[in-house]
Design a protein around this ligand. Structure first.
Ligand SMILES: [Fe+2]
Length: 334
């Protein structure tokens, strides 16, 4: 295996991860979790949908919740491109690659392109959205964990190498990766366009499935505040992992499961990665058992994730045996 390198110049200019569309059973329950407890800002809502953004975001939405009577799946993940010309280039690129790309209408967004990536994850690209006031210094609107902006998605992929090659072909740069010790067998890849460590992450496992959408918060105190507020609102048992410190990208994090089981990460601290000579940071898999501090994630964090709408699940090319909290407590007990 070789570590993929980003296509340069990119075939079209993807600028960042933009939004995620989740289906939920009960809009009121989702509103209580995301707005009242977590602190997201409502951009628009009706009885069937909730459009949310963070306090720094001037674009209309980064989190869309749609009511469903079916399964609470992920409909799509959204990426931004710079101009509509990039959208046209993207359509041609995907069609030449044998992927069906079609124009779609999405509320509050400009021209939107739907396509599924090489592992079957449904994407949408747009160049513009309606705008809303940026509330970064409108402190009366700050509450809960004060989510600032969407940062990245993590997808569970049945073929991490293939996903990495595909996104590298779109111009995504590998910032960090986890590989089996003494090999280049990729288990986690962290890819970015916007100049920090991640826009999209792929982890090995049955998929494609959405593992989480991640939102930055202002500082470490907001991670603890999120936990306190979640507990006060009765969501203490929805805290799945953390607070803790990741090795890759060094983020301070906490993960919650929403009322439908969708997972979000709140995190703070990321570094810049723009300069072309920067090589990706490698982590050996054995890091997972030798973390500087803190425990590994519980089994559910590794195994459970949101299905994508109407997308078949495939078993991974490589079976992995992650260092779960449960395994760690048995194998590492003194
Ligand atoms: Fe993450």
């Amino acid at each position: 295996m070789t570590i993929p390198r980003a296509a340069y110049p990119a075939p079209f200019n993807t600028t960042r991860s933009s939004h995620v569309v989740l289906r939920v059973k009960d809009i009121a329950a989702s509103r209580a979790f995301y707005v009242d407890a977590m602190g997201f800002i409502v951009s628009d809502e009706d009885k069937n949908a909730l459009y949310l953004r963070g306090i720094e975001e001037a674009c209309h939405h980064s989190l869309v919740l749609k009511k469903t009577t079916g399964s609470p799946v992920c409909e799509r993940i959204g990426m931004r491109v710079y101009t509509e010309e990039d959208l046209e280039k993207a359509k041609h690129y995907f069609e030449r690659a044998g992927l069906q790309a079609k124009w779609a209408e999405s509320p509050f967004q400009g021209k939107t392109l739907h396509v599924s990536d090489i592992i079957g994850a449904p994407l949408e690209f747009c160049a513009t959205m309606d705008t809303k006031p940026r509330l970064v210094v409108q402190f009366k609107h700050h509450h809960g964990a004060c989510p600032q902006r969407i940062d990245h998605f993590q997808i569970i992929s049945p073929d991490v190498q293939r996903a990495c090659e595909f996104y590298s072909g779109l111009g995504f740069r590998l910032s960090e990766y986890i590989a089996v010790d003494d090999t280049d067998e990729l288990l986690f890849v962290f890819l970015q366009r916007k100049g920090n460590p991640h826009d999209i992450v792929f982890a090995n496992g049955p998929g494609p499935r959405l593992h989480h959408a991640a939102f930055s918060v202002p500082d470490a105190s907001h991670i603890l505040q999120a936990c306190d507020i979640a507990g006060a609102f009765g969501y203490g048992n929805r805290l799945e992992f953390g607070p803790g410190r990741h090795g890759p990208a060094h983020a301070l994090f906490v993960y919650f499961r929403d009322p439908d089981g969708h997972r979000i990460e709140l995190f703070t601290t990321h570094y810049q990665m723009m300069d072309i000579e920067n090589e990706p940071v490698r982590w050996d898999l054995s890091y997972m058992r030798n973390r500087p501090w803190g425990f590994p994630a519980r089994k559910s964090w590794f195994e459970e994730a949101s299905r994508f709408l109407d997308v078949e699940l495939r078993e991974p090319v490589k079976k992995s045996h992650p260092m779960t909290l449960e395994r760690f407590l048995v194998e590492e007990r003194p």
